[in-house]
Write a protein that binds this ligand. Structure first.
Ligand SMILES: Cc1ncc(C[n+]2csc(CCOP(=O)(O)OP(=O)(O)O)c2C)c(N)n1
Ligand SMILES: [Mg+2]
Length: 368
């Protein structure tokens, strides 16, 4: 009898979980630990990136306050994720197409959405979805993972038109479990389409922790099954996030297909301001551990040591951001309240009979 072949499943698993290193440029104190990955950014660009991150922190603080005053609608906190969001966005061009999720309003505004429109979107006002002609973006997706499938389609369109641009899209650790996620990276990979896919791994999908999300050691390794490169990066390190994003964009624009980037990050606040209480599923220790890795602290230290940043400079950025936010909310307040009839008219290009009847009913009510 021939000897039966046995399979070493442990060894197979080790291969599956092959090392996906976490790319880093700055440690948590702002020291350069990997000069080889240091991106080529001018002093002005470095300052601009910090300015955007500080602006985003202020936007978070003001959005939280406005929400509590009943002056804003839906809000998904962003504090903690500034490097993951703004340093990634910083690597793309205006003609690249952004497909955001509900937490990605800061990137959308930096991509060209007027802040007043972002506030109107938060209030569920239809005017918040009427984008400027030249803004290459879709409104934030609420259906977890759906933006990935849409991104695969846009990416294929860019490829077929021989565009030297990419689509970039964001989901979360939770989103990376959705069917849409796998379908999108698979088809984009098969057609070598122009896309950079982000998983912002903030450790939780509402209250579900990362270790209940998947047995995969990293979420970046999910790229392997799609035959595309996957990279894990320290999502609290703006220079590392920017560096891998820029390289990924270059690679994809050159016709090599998509890249998947997992950013390791954390949201300081609740999931949304609609009733989530993170103290029920996260410890104070965990919060402080991540707060010590804060992207603003480390970038501030780095820039200050280079003589590019100061307390006064930061104060000026904060004041300007507050002023811009105040003006944008006032602008949003001046837009007339949405009527039900308008909302109904916006649903279909050719209205079905039922909708026509409802519009008549509401117009009659609204004219009283
Ligand atoms: C298809 C779908 N299922 C469920 C939900 C409800 N839901 C909203 S946010 C969320 C968690 C998403 O977590 P993650 O992808 O990690 O993103 P994060 O909120 O942490 O940025 C869920 C389940 C939804 N919006 N869409
Ligand atoms: Mg998450």
């Amino acid at each position: 009898m021939t000897k039966k072949t046995t399979i070493d499943f442990e060894a197979l698993l080790e291969k599956v979980n092959a090392d996906f290193p976490t790319y880093q440029v700055l440690d948590k104190d702002g020291n350069v630990v990997n000069p080889d990955l240091m991106p080529e950014l001018s002093d002005d660009e470095l300052v601009e990136l910090m300015t955007q991150m500080v602006w985003s922190r202020v936007l978070h603080q003001r959005s939280t306050a406005l929400n509590r005053q009943g002056r804003l609608g839906f809000y998904a906190p962003t504090a903690g994720q500034e490097a993951s969001q703004l340093a990634s966005h910083f690597a793309f061009e205006k003609e690249d197409v952004l497909l955001p999720g509900y937490r990605d309003v800061p990137q959308l505004v930096q991509h060209g959405l007027p802040l007043a429109e972002a506030f109107l979107w938060s209030r569920g006002h239809v005017a918040g979805n009427l984008y400027p002609e030249d803004l290459k973006a879709l409104p934030p997706q609420i259906i977890i993972g759906a933006q990935y499938v849409q991104a695969a389609g846009v990416a294929l369109g860019l490829k077929k038109r021989n565009k030297k641009n990419v689509v970039f899209t964001y989901t979360g650790d939770g989103g990376s479990s959705q069917g849409d996620f796998y379908e999108a990276i698979n088809i984009a990979g098969a057609y070598k389409a122009n896309a950079v896919f982000y998983i912002q791994n903030n450790g939780f999908a509402i209250s579900t922790p990362r270790d209940k999300q998947s047995s995969a050691m990293t979420l970046a390794q999910k790229a392997v099954a799609a035959g595309i490169p996957g990279i894990q990066v320290d999502g609290m390190d703006p220079l590392a996030v920017y560096a891998v994003s820029k390289l990924a964009r270059d690679w994809s624009v050159a016709g090599n297909g998509p890249v998947l980037i997992e950013t390791l990050t954390y949201r300081y606040g609740p999931h949304t301001l609609s009733g989530d209480d993170p103290t029920r599923y996260r410890s104070k220790e965990m919060d402080s551990e991540w707060e010590a890795k804060d992207p603003l602290i480390r970038f501030r230290n780095f820039l200050t040591a280079k003589g590019l940043w100061s307390e006064e400079k930061e104060e000026a950025v904060i004041e300007q951001a507050k002023e811009d936010i105040k003006n944008a909310i006032a602008e949003a307040d001046r837009v007339p309240k949405q009527k039900v009839s308008e909302f109904l008219k916006n649903m279909f290009e050719v209205q079905p009979q039922l909708i026509k009847e409802q519009i008549e009913i509401y117009e009659a009510k609204e004219s009283k």
